[in-house]
Design a protein around this ligand. Structure first.
Ligand code: ATP
Ligand code: MG
Length: 308
């Protein structure tokens, strides 16, 4: 359904995308998971023809994006990261405006708007100006506007950032419903919980490249690590850390804490503690963490998905 091949994009001196490739089958919900500045919006913007890449190809529903942008656009609905709505217009009038842009026939459009307002729980507020809406309500209208022309493919760029839990849950439910009904979805987020809940396949993106991709199970079993032993120390000096580093390859340091990644936690835990004792480290706290998208991301990039 969607084919993205070797996308590169540079803004002045910033290399935002360094060769992004992925394929998405019809009916998949594909999650693009990565931290701020990873290149998620740039990728989505190129795929929705808002930006031109320096290199690379995109095809959607069999059409080449460069040669047939109009055919591609007919197939896609885009929920941009920045909400674009007219505050002085009602929700209904906003949707009517967007429906006109998407060339939805007038008669169909009226029924479609009511159907979507109902789906997003805003039918009763449809005549109120958007400026009286909460952030979460605006976001719901913003998503509805991308669905007016019944696209086969939906791009959603961080649709739940900064909104209330009630709106977030409703958005989750709508995404799950659309996915169940067979819509192909690309969902970008920096929340691993969202990618885990909604997406059947996930691409982990960092600094303009996809560092790993697969189903959640594939991602969990493909890495070198199974679990993480997180140990905080009271006296972690550079010298002691160097000694530990020499003995344990797969680890990351954060201030007074070291994350040790291990395939065999049963066997390795006592070895790790023994090493710490040997180099004179005083242990403050030990935490054993199951493998999650966060630990996968951490071990691949040395960074947290979100600033803590
Ligand atoms: N119009 C632009 N001009 C200059 N640099 C840009 C522009 N758009 C994006 N960038 C840079 O490209 C990189 C990727 O940005 P992008 O917006 O794609 O990241 P993102 O993954 O969407 O991040 P976020 O989670 O914060 O939305 C960043 O370093 C960003 O500063
Ligand atoms: Mg973004």
């Amino acid at each position: 359904m969607i084919n993205v091949s070797n996308l590169r994009k540079t803004f002045d001196t910033i290399e935002a995308l360094k060769g992004i490739s992925f394929n998405i089958q019809q009916g998949e919900c594909y999650g693009l998971l990565g931290p701020n500045g990873a290149g998620k919006t740039t990728t989505i913007s190129i795929m929705s023809t808002l930006l031109e890449p320096n290199e690379g190809k995109v095809s959607i529903a069999g059409y080449d994006l460069k040669k047939n942008p109009l055919e591609c656009k007919k197939n896609i609905g885009v929920v941009t990261q920045e909400i674009a709505l007219y505050n002085e217009l009602s929700a209904y009038d906003n949707l009517q405006f967007w429906g006109g842009l998407y060339n939805v026939p007038k008669l169909e459009l009226k029924a479609r708007i009511d159907e979507l307002l109902n789906l997003f729980g805003l039918l009763e507020r449809k005549n109120d100006k958007v400026k009286t809406y909460s952030g979460g309500m605006k976001r719901r209208i913003n998503i509805a506007s991308a669905l007016l022309h019944m696209p086969n493919v939906l791009f959603m760029d961080e649709p739940t950032v900064g909104i209330d839990p009630q709106s977030r849950n409703l958005i989750f439910e709508v995404v799950e419903k659309l996915h169940k009904e067979g819509m192909t979805i690309i969902y970008t987020t920096h929340y691993m919980e969202e990618a885990e809940r909604l997406c059947n396949r996930i691409g982990i993106i960092d600094d303009g490249i996809i560092v790993a991709q697969g189903t959640l199970d594939e991602l969990k079993t493909s890495g070198s690590m199974k679990e993480t032993v997180v140990i905080s120390f009271t006296n972690l000096t550079e010298k002691r850390f160097t000694k530990i580093s020499n003995d344990w390859n797969d680890h990351q340091r954060f201030d007074d804490t070291i994350h040790f990644f291990s395939k065999n936690i049963q066997g390795d835990l006592s070895k790790i503690i023994l090493k710490c004792n040997e180099v004179g480290l005083d242990i403050l706290h030990i935490d054993i963490r199951k493998i999650t998208l966060e630990t996968i991301f951490l071990s691949l990039t040395g960074k947290h998905l979100r600033d803590k």
